[in-house]
Design a protein around this ligand. Structure first.
Ligand SMILES: [Zn+2]
Length: 654
């Protein structure tokens, strides 16, 4: 919208591009600055341009913000600035008070508030006053104090003018009107000029005095600081000079080993001037440097500070070099004077990195150096392989030591053994361990077998002893094994003998018990005869031999037969005592014949009493009944006996 008031837009100087030059003020015939609101519309306003003096028309339409424009279109540069400058003077001449800015004294880093912002009332005011070589925009006077005002419309006060103001001690405030919007009312413009536009002191006697005081203080502080720094530098120089003389020590072997494993062996141990800041020799700190740069941070840029911090974390810097100094030039210059050959650790880092870059170990980048990933992969693979080989070697050495200890042999022979070629393996144990592979596995397997032999009670092994002094041990183990077998055989024999003796005793005890029992039921003579007959029949030998060799089953049968015999006697006795005359005699005869038949059957079937009883009680076709039922007198008993002889299978006959 055309009528919209925008300070940015209005700040743009009026260009000769045919645009309408819009002004809020014009000059009347009697040379007064009037706002467009105070005049008639159009040419009737009777105003001229404050810049060029040409006639203006007052545009007081409905759609745009009211303003003056040149009657004849023309580029009128500077019209607004001239207007504003003139307006400011007019406003100050009409007013009686103006806001003075806050007074602040500043010197270096120090500052102090001298006076707060305040309204200044004035009784007298003059514009464009000649003060010798100075011509301020306005001079106001109040309560005996004179104050110069400068309006900054296009240019602010230059340093020479400020110097003249200071020289003559003229209190001056500059008001910045460069951003005052154009199309405002006169009252709004006056408010900006008198109070709200930014303003500051060009010269203020109190501020000047305070600043002089602050400068003095700042100067003293700087002096104190300079002395403090000199003292500090002196102290550091003393410490550095002392530490510089300390000889470098050899660092932990691990650094060098790892660097060599990684393939960096040829790049460490390079003399680098000024590296006496390190506790350790060049080889050690350079190994650490390389492992950091080419492995830990490979692919990334590192700076001299990065790598120095790393070495510090590894405890490689002498005491005075430990603090995280940025090695400012003043200190370094001071140290160069005091300590011969001194270079800051940062310089040493940079020098070594440059040396490495010349050999393409690292490459220069914009901010530092960098090693590529390929180098890192290669280094890591080499480190891993070397570590594994070393571990195999250590393990092998430990195994052999353990074996020798187990065999109670001195372990000192393990060391030369490691380097002696093993016949049949084509290399020394150390070389085989370094190489790994099947041959090494074979050595390990053999060692395990030898170790088992070394254990107390272990079995002797035959064949290769891997060149270890285990021949004596093997002979010992062979003798032990032989002795063990001998003992075992003896124990078995003893056991067998004891078992036989026990059985003989059991058999003898059985026969003794049987004799006692038989004597009880048959009388001494018959009992002895019965038992002797039974034992001879069962064993098939003499009674004296048989009484010691009856097994359990035979004992059972003989016992069963004795029980039958006793039952038969009891039956006869019972029948006899019943006293039933002939019938009883006949029955007694039948009982006797049956018992004789049973005894014969038992004897014929010795070893199988069940078979004997089964035969007695089974119906035989030749008799028409069982032998037991048939045998009631001696004639029938003999028939049965003949049948028994015929029935017995040949193999069973004794
Ligand atoms: Zn003009």
């Amino acid at each position: 919208m055309d009528g919209f008031v925008n300070s940015c837009q209005l700040r743009v100087p009026l260009q000769s591009d045919g645009e309408d030059v819009r002004l809020p003020y014009g000059i009347t015939e009697d040379d007064r600055l009037v706002h467009v609101t105070e005049v008639a519309s159009g040419l009737a306003c009777g105003c001229r341009c404050p810049g060029c003096g040409e006639r203006l028309v007052a545009r007081k339409g409905a759609s745009k913000v009211h303003h003056f424009a040149h009657h004849v279109h023309r580029a009128c540069a500077g019209a607004w600035e001239t207007t504003l400058h003139r307006l400011a003077k007019a406003v100050v001449l009409e007013a009686r008070e103006i806001l003075l800015p806050k007074a602040v004294a500043e010197a270096g880093d120090l500052s102090a508030d001298v006076a707060a912002a305040t309204m200044f009332s004035y009784e007298a005011v003059e514009a464009e006053v000649e003060l010798g070589d100075l011509r301020p925009d306005a001079v106001v006077t109040g309560r005996g104090r004179q104050l110069l005002l400068e309006f900054h419309v296009r240019h602010h006060c230059g340093p020479e003018k400020i110097a003249r103001l200071r020289a003559r001690n003229l209190a001056t405030v500059e008001i910045d009107l460069s951003r005052v919007p154009r199309l405002l009312s006169r009252a709004e413009h006056a408010e900006l000029i008198l109070r709200t536009a930014p303003r500051h002191w060009l010269h203020n006697a109190k501020v000047a005095a305070e600043e002089a005081r602050l400068r003095l203080i700042a100067g003293r502080m700087a002096e104190v600081e300079r002395r403090r720094r000199n003292r500090l530098h002196g102290r550091i120089a003393d410490e550095v000079a002392a530490a510089w003389q300390e000889p470098a020590r050899r660092g932990h072997r691990g650094w060098l080993t790892r660097a060599a494993d990684a393939g960096f062996g040829e790049f460490v141990g390079v003399p680098m001037p000024g590296d006496r800041c390190f506790v350790f020799d060049a080889a050690t700190w350079q190994a650490a440097f390389l492992l950091y740069a080419a492995v830990d941070v490979a692919g990334r840029t590192f700076t001299a500070e990065n790598v120095l911090n790393y070495l510090q974390r590894q405890g490689m810097l002498k005491e005075p070099f430990k603090p995280r100094r940025n090695w400012e030039p003043e200190l370094v210059a001071h140290l160069r004077e005091r300590v011969g050959g001194f270079r800051s650790p940062i310089e040493v880092m940079a020098a070594y990195a440059t040396w490495l870059a010349e050999r393409s170990v690292v490459e220069r980048t914009l901010k530092g150096w960098r090693a590529d990933y390929e180098r890192e992969w290669e280094a890591r693979a080499r480190i891993d392989a070397a570590g594994a080989a070393r571990k195999r070697e250590t393990d092998l050495r430990a195994k052999v030591n353990l074996l020798l200890k187990e065999a109670q042999l001195p372990t000192r022979s393990a060391k030369p053994w490691m380097d002696r070629v093993l016949p049949g393996f084509g290399g020394s144990p150390r070389a085989l361990a370094r190489e790994g592979g099947d041959c090494f596995e074979d050595v390990l397997r053999r060692l395990r077998e030898l170790e088992r032999m070394a254990w107390a009670g272990g079995d002797p092994v035959s064949g290769d002893l891997l060149g270890l002094p285990l021949e004596g041990l093997r002979r010992t183990r062979q003798a032990e094994a032989k002795a063990r077998q001998e003992t075992l055989r003896r124990i078995r024999e003893e056991f067998a003998a004891q078992t036989g003796e026990r059985r003989r005793r059991e058999s003898s005890d059985f026969v003794d018990a049987l004799l006692a029992e038989a004597a009880l039921s048959m009388g001494e003579v018959d009992g002895l005869a019965w038992v002797e007959h039974a034992v001879r029949s069962a064993s098939g030998t003499t009674f004296d031999e048989g009484r010691l060799g009856l097994d359990r089953v035979t004992q059972e049968h003989i016992k069963g037969a004795l029980d039958d015999e006793r039952r038969r006697s009891e039956l006869i006795e019972h029948a006899a005592t019943a006293g039933r005359g002939d019938e009883a005699v006949m029955t007694a005869e039948a009982v006797r014949c049956r018992q004789e038949l049973e005894a014969r059957a038992l004897r014929r079937f010795v070893g199988d009493a069940d078979m004997a009883r089964l035969w007695l009680r089974t119906t035989q076709p030749a008799l028409g009944r069982s032998p037991w039922t048939h045998s009631v007198d001696e004639r029938r008993r003999d028939e049965c006996l003949r049948l028994l002889d015929a029935a017995l299978p040949k193999g069973k006959r004794r």
